[in-house]
Ligand binder design. Sequence first.
Ligand code: N01
Length: 544
Amino acid sequence: MNPSQLNSKHYDAVVIGAGFAGLYMLHRLRLLGLRSHLFEAGDGVGGTWYWNCYPGARCDVDSMQYSYSWSPELQKEWQWTERYPAQAEILRYINHVADRFELRRDITLSTRVTAGQWQAEQERWLVRTEQGQEVSAQFLITATGCLSESRLPDIEGLDRFKGQVYHTGRWPKAPVDFSGLRVGVMGTGSSGIQVIPQLAKQAKQLYVFQRTPNFSVPAWNGPIDPNHQKDWLDNYPKYRAMARNTRSAIMYDYGKQSALDMSEQERAEEMERRWQKGGTNFAHSFNDTFTNRQSNELLSEFVRGKIRKMVNDPTVAEDLLPRDHAIGTKRICVDTGYYPTYNLPHVKLVNLRQTPIERFDEGAAIVNGQRHELDAMVFATGFDAVTGALERLNIVGEHGKTFKQLWKAGPTSYLGLMTVGFPNLFTITGPGSPSILTNVIVSIEQHVEWIANCLTFMQKHSHTRIDAQQIAQDRWVKHVQEVASGTLFVTANSWYMGANIPGKPRVFLPYIGGFSTYAAMCEDVVQKGYEGFDFSRKSQALSP
Ligand code: N01
């Protein structure tokens, strides 16, 4: 739909964001017979996979698992080509879904939601867009993603830098040619580790400005094994159910033993076997990787040994060794040729821990008084994760406050689904839900289905308003932090902890109790009559 066609429309439900979450939500709302509309800031669907189209962008969840499970037909007809799907292939898949289920007619692209206001009298949300449109909706559902609010670091002089500037999370749609250029890249998380080997293929000179080294495991990506694909296609319902029954919602080979209960040789063989398989599964080598520092250190040291072997210059290798966090407590990275990139003569690692970046000027990054002349600068500096996109929406609840105003000491939510004082507003993969600690599509489906079932319940009972109870929310917020504090995750300066954003409160943002446990808790809440939620009936009932 063209943005100019929208004016003062009244909907049953408005969804924000056309990624995996928003598209499925829209589909389910339609099945409920609700008049629904979706706003998307980008000029295409795809969410994360629309914005992060930098060279090398690829998912680190196995292709056969990184897809919707809610349509057996869709599941059967789509063929993946590689072990891990590349960004372009996932984007094709999402576009296929949008077409196949005729979702586009209820989607307005290129339209950012910039404000929302609860109208208590009408029991409706008034939603405004950047273009000045206003619509109202009984239900507002955010599908804005956990890693969508990209951030550039605040470095003196960056605004004066005359070269090209890119952020991996806002990559241009037209191909960028770095051939013959002197390129700088900052950030060595999952995005940086993927983009760096690709930039090295083109750039005349590549400077990697690294503050913190990360642990990365080889992807061993390649064409998908046809037998693997066939096996999954033949057994999808069984495998999906098995995945949902795990803590990560991924069919992993979860280690069953502590590293400390194995002999040195057994341990070495096990780590080597898992390294040869590659992927994020490596972090699950032992059953106590995330809770036992000694066990974790054995796994960390194994990876350090691999890095030393892959990088020729021992000084560079030393700079690449992660020592400030336990493996996995910052999201483990998965790479294709990352470490050997540092053996190329035109690639230089600049260790910002030893020599911090001072400033940019028109043509260079100045580090410790030394100019690094640059034609382009790529920032892979991450996101204001989990809460950033929600806060940016500028939604005012019935208490007259926005999420940003309320969340000064950390986000508050009940089950990551609703926040007290924002009636009829659901947050798909909101703070305090497993979301990004899992195969996020599974978490999205669980949330969307829970919300759709809740709306069905409301229709059936002619309820018009739902809100979370304060006591239930307080208990949940406490539980989320308690579970996290039993793990090593809280010891890392990660985006999980809000540590990458100056001034952001240090609390653990997702729920680490495990997907299967969490989904069972959500189901239990329903079985107990939506325990912890208040319903009421005031205005017109939902349309049938
Ligand atoms: O972002 P990040 P990302 N000066 O926050 C550095 C998912 N993802 O976009 O650690 C210098 O992890 C920062 O350094 P430090 C995945 O969940 C998945 O890479 O703060 N450096 C860090 O090195 C992932 O975890 C996939 O010291 C600065 C980097 O920038 C999440 O998205 C692919 C700096 C940011 O790393 C985010 O990943 C891509 C400064 N001022 C992303 N500020 C796959 O599925 C920041 N940095 C494979």
